[in-house]
Write a new protein. Sequence first.
Length: 406
Amino acid sequence: MRILHTIPSALESLRANKGRSILTTLGIIIGVAAVIAIVALGEGASANVSDRLQGLGVNVLTIVPGSTQGGGARAGAGSQVTLKAADADAVGTKVDGIAGITPIVGGNAQVIAGNENWSTRVQSVRPVYQQLQDWTVEAGTFFTDQDDTAASNVAVLGQTVASNLFPSDPDSAVGRLIRVRNVPFTVIGVLASKGSGFGGDQDDVVLIPFRTGQVRLFGSQNVGQILLQISDPSLIDPATRDIQQLLRARHELHAGQNDDFTIRNNNDVISRVQGVSQTMTLLLGGVAAVSLVVGGIGIMNIMLVSVTERTREIGIRLAIGAQPRDILMQFLVEAVVLSLLGGIVGILVGLGVALSLPALAGWATALPWNAVVLAFGFSALIGVFFGIYPARKASQLDPIVALRYE
């Protein structure tokens, strides 16, 4: 009896026990659906994280005051005041491969516009900051090098600030007057929204020219950090070494002394976070896949019960000429059909959950077609693996003993 001839009889046998067949496939359905939903959630989260990290800039190095190396008591990165604007100028002119660089001075401040006020983060930066952080101006324009040189009282608002100071129409902020620490500024631009990042709300910021911040707001030659972009990823490591040597020389640090600054590579942060996200997705997917194995064990148990219940039927078929391989094939097909049916329903349920999560819970998902194919193939293998033992047991029954079975 060829395999195609066994399929109708296998389906008829499963149809005769609908309730048991449905309950048997539940383990596979739950396993496949869980794998697809979890992988979809994981890939969506990974893509969301990647998008947020890209907002920090690609091939971007951040230099902050303070050291994170060496033994004994030491100040943490960002806790000292060892960097100056002149350091940024020196790095920009003496290190190869720098596509753009800006010192940054910032702090929290109360911003007032008419009767509205908002406490936010104010950062004084050079115009190249827009390129380094991949900011898009939604209304108006970004300030220029001329604004920076002249220490002009102009400002660019993030969406959160614009929405709170000008709630009726944030874009109408362009051309309006605001006060930052009682210093008047003219709004010349409103940034497009970036959303929340790992440092909080990226849109809750006011950007002003660097010289303006130094002269009119913060009154300090020290800078909180230096942000720079490397023109090519292959130049990041040599540029980092050159920056370290240059700053050590400028800060007159001797051999054996720790750096009084820290250089951070955004690409390393992106890779680490993406790696953690992928690991968590694989881990959760693996946990969900365990239910597939449990479902396979359930199929094996039910098939063993079926063999016992149908012992007399098997004996009759063997007595009238059926070959053991025909019996083996029928029971194996029944197990595989059960598993595949569970896999198909599980895929539909999993995709339904994946498509519903963004609307119901606001979680980002990505349809994992590779996981769909893998889960379906794995469900077929589960049917073969856990169906082979009951099928072999059925095919090896002695016809005489089987006919006497009550």
